[in-house]
Design a protein around this ligand. Structure first.
Ligand code: SF4
Length: 384
């Protein structure tokens, strides 16, 4: 029997009905108090997520902007995903890569030379930060092959993160030795029942193994940890609350790592799947603002799943990292173009330079270089 993790206990203290009650009982006065505090509690988060906060979105936006500028300046980091494989043995019902998704397009794993081509193309565009992704198919892409891919990517980029199946601490340690600095693992939904309903095959069915993966990566020395819920699977207010709780937990337990949250929202799904809890633009804005007010030091990532005009509106509201010019197909930049199966359709097809121009128009500076990494490298050289 596995011992209950501390994170599991903290989540158990906040079951869905308790979160829902706290949100439903939050009154306008609670929203005022949450807005006026410097340090905010989980009860403040419930107030900010509540229907009573909807009329205060402008005040929340002002405070979110102030906090983000204070902690991150007027900069937005730029990154691009590189899919190294679209082979997957898991069956997550919402995903285009799922083994039983019904998709018949080509499945591929990039060879080393193909990966190099993709890296070269992105490096030529100015990227210095990439995210390597693969499905859950250790027979097609083993942990050793992921480690090799990290080594290759590090020849081109100072900052390399992975979004792959959950692994053991020792495996993350090996990735770090190869130059990895970030791990992204979305819990998809923290609600166990929903989790069990949408994850039908593969290791990903194991809720706790996935829940504790970010902490294992942090203990392995991964410098950047990113978590998130796939919005649309469950009540966004409750999953948003749990995501913030998870981020806070990691801030405490993996204090050497910087923590960030992503807000992926389900929009295009395989035919067999119906999105059970669609999230509107306004609700997503409320969630991002509430999370920013409670987690002022946490980075917020925004992917090309969202439309260009909506992404541009979110720039001043708390976002700190944006992907651009993304392809969700292995070899999608130069090697195979549109020949291979994509994981999901992107909504923002703009080129990196167009996105960078939009960031500048909003009064922010797109940052291609990872300054933290440069700082860490100096510290290492100085033996600090
Ligand atoms: S979400 Fe990941 S593990 Fe699940 S089917 Fe898609 S690629 Fe595979």
């Amino acid at each position: 029997m596995t011992a209950e993790s501390t994170l599991e206990r903290e989540l158990a203290d906040w079951p869905a009905d308790r979160v829902r009650r706290a949100i439903a009982h939050a009154e306008s006065g609670d929203v005022d108090r949450a807005l006026s505090r410097e340090e905010r509690t989980l009860f403040d988060l419930c107030a900010l997520l509540s229907p009573n906060a909807v009329g205060r979105l402008e005040d929340m936006a002002r405070e979110a902007q102030r906090l983000t500028r204070w902690h991150f300046g007027r900069t937005i980091g730029m990154y691009a995903p590189i899919y190294i494989s679209n082979i997957c043995g898991a069956d997550c019902t919402y995903c285009g890569y799922a083994v039983r998704s019904g998709n018949r397009e080509k499945r591929r794993t990039l060879s080393e030379s193909e990966l190099r081509q993709e890296c070269e193309a992105l490096a030529a565009l100015g990227y210095q930060s990439v995210l390597l992704l693969t499905g859950e198919a250790p027979n097609a892409v083993s942990p050793g092959q992921i480690a090799d891919a990290v080594s290759v990517a590090r020849e081109y980029f100072p900052s390399v993160a992975v979004e792959v199946y959950s692994l053991e601490q020792e495996q993350y340690e090996e990735f770090c030795r190869r130059g990895l600095d970030g791990v992204t693992i979305y819990m998809e939904t923290y609600d166990r029942e929903t989790y069990g309903r949408v994850h039908l095959l593969g290791q990903k069915k194991d809720y706790l193994y996935r829940l504790n993966a970010s902490e294992r990566a942090g203990r392995a020395g991964v410098r950047r940890l990113s978590v998130g819920a796939l919005l649309g699977l469950f009540d966004w207010r409750v999953d948003g609350f749990w995501t913030a709780l998870h981020a806070r937990y990691l801030q405490r337990t993996c204090w050497q790592s910087s923590i960030s949250i992503s807000f992926p929202r389900l929009r295009h799904v395989p035919e067999r799947f119906h999105i059970p809890a669609l999230v509107t633009d306004k609700e997503l804005v409320q969630l991002i603002l509430a999370a920013r007010l409670v987690l002022p030091e946490v980075g917020f990532n925004l992917s090309t799943r969202e439309r260009p005009e909506f992404r541009d509106r979110l720039i001043p509201l708390g976002v700190t990292m944006m992907s651009a010019g993304s392809s969700t197909r292995p070899g999608g930049y130069v090697t195979y173009g549109e020949e291979t199966l994509e994981q999901f359709e992107i909504e923002d097809p703009r080129s990196p330079s167009e996105v960078a121009a939009a960031i500048r128009r909003a009064g922010y500076e797109p940052v291609w270089k990872d300054f933290d990494y440069a700082f860490d490298a100096t510290s290492r050289a100085e033996g600090t």
